[in-house]
Design a protein around this ligand. Structure first.
Ligand SMILES: [Zn+2]
Ligand SMILES: [Zn+2]
Length: 145
């Protein structure tokens, strides 16, 4: 499945570099702003297309959290995320997938596949919460009232 003819064009290189540098889970729009500083003539649709291509060859992962915008992740190792239900911020959950858990997930995947008839392509686990920034501003709002 890997490296389905992934031509590394200059555009893709820049997009990948910017995503890695940011260490965040950026949406295509956010990445577009960063990439435009290096490639002023690039269009948003080109950024989109290249992001899709990069995720297809496994160089980045595509995240589709809840109802929010698609985000992209330079970290392609299996890891979990935590999302703020208030502002949509997405962070890596510092949670190590130990072999025991991986085994459980594999068993879980196998049974889901059996029951639904789907071929499994992976999984996403997302923790939900209120991020520190939102928590802070909520606290402030309360004391101001
Ligand atoms: Zn938040
Ligand atoms: Zn991540």
């Amino acid at each position: 499945m890997q490296n389905k003819k992934c031509r590394m064009t200059n555009q893709r290189k820049v997009i990948l570099e910017e995503l890695k540098k940011s260490k965040e889970h950026l949406s295509a729009d956010e990445l577009y702003i960063l990439v435009r500083e290096k490639l002023p003539n690039i269009s948003i649709s080109t950024v989109y297309r290249n992001l899709e291509a990069l995720s297809e060859c496994g160089l980045i992962s595509k995240l589709e959290p809840g109802k929010t915008q698609k985000r992209f992740d330079a970290n392609v190792k299996p890891h979990f995320h935590i999302r703020c239900v208030n502002c949509g911020r997405l962070d890596d959950a510092p949670f190590v997938i130990i072999p025991e858990i991986e085994k459980v997930i594999q068993r879980f995947e196998a049974s889901v596949s059996k029951l639904t008839g789907y071929d499994m392509k992976g999984y996403q686990l997302e923790f939900l919460g209120i991020c520190p920034k939102c928590k802070e501003s909520m606290k402030k709002q309360k004391t101001e009232q």
